[in-house]
Design a protein around this ligand. Sequence first.
Ligand SMILES: C[S@@+](CC[C@H](N)C(=O)[O-])C[C@H]1O[C@@H](n2cnc3c(N)ncnc32)[C@H](O)[C@@H]1O
Length: 324
Amino acid sequence: MTELSPEQATVAARYRTFAAEEVHGVSPSYERLTLEVADSREILDFLLGFPSARRQPNLLLAASRIVAGRVPDKDHLIELIRDPEGRLRTLMLSRTTQTNEAARCAVLLPVLASLPPPLALIEVGASAGLCLLPDRYGYDYGARRIAGAPGSPTFRCVVQGSAPIPAAAPTIVWRAGLDLSPIDLGSEADTAWLEALVWPEQEHRRRHLQQAIAVARAAPPRVVRGDLLHDLDALIAQAPAGTTLVVFHSAALAYVTPRATRLRFVERLRRTRATWISNEAPGVFPDILAQAPAPMPPSRFLLAVDGVPKAWTGPHGQSLEWFA
Ligand SMILES: C[S@@+](CC[C@H](N)C(=O)[O-])C[C@H]1O[C@@H](n2cnc3c(N)ncnc32)[C@H](O)[C@@H]1O
């Protein structure tokens, strides 16, 4: 291939990084396809037709899987790009990456259970609200298991350090989510989108998602449409008195840019009565990261309570390395 333009090279690098650091050893089909994308000038040009935030590998991969009905190979992806109806393009413009990983409750639960009950929960960036139901799932922490509601998923979480693993889930008397674009669990198209966001070879994640959706449909959590910066106060005002109010977020604040906006969100939140739980990629809050012990392990999130780091966590809730 002749030399890429700087813009093409930037997108190609993003896809190569995704292949090497995110899906390598986890999803061979996505690793192959994202490397092919990085080598295809036509696909790179297609991606350059979108705003930067929509050039994301996860968005292209999930949308192309929905349109193709399977993971396409490079030639099939190019056919989708050339399709005069533009279904792939339309989907990539109308959807965002809203992966809702209920298994992240496994790393939130020890912190939630250490707060005075009963709890009132608000999740900002809640997607479908599956992480608002930590008391309805089962957990396997190795040395300790917690049973969930019948038919619920059991999330396995490998624990290191002296994490305060509870004997039971805490009492949650009120819960609500806030999202720019809530996923409707009653909509086939919305739940198909959630499923498409799970990487192809991760059958256990897909099964857990389906189980979590079934649990949530039995008593759906309320997720309000709104922006975490402008609409949180109104939700906080609805939380019942006599509860420990928790505002948490997981894999959401990275989407809030620029960083100054994140800091404004934190400043406003810290002026309320809420306990703040953050479970995000370490770079999202550099001030919290600066307080965490070195070295930072690769491919982890950082769990913090009221700005104090507590643990490294597996991005899909699969591990908890407690250092606090
Ligand atoms: C990757 S999903 C994570 C969902 C869930 N927290 C989890 O861990 O499974 C991120 C969510 O944050 C939402 N989001 C992004 N920016 C937001 C904002 N400014 N206000 C409210 N929600 C936002 C997106 O719409 C998306 O549903």
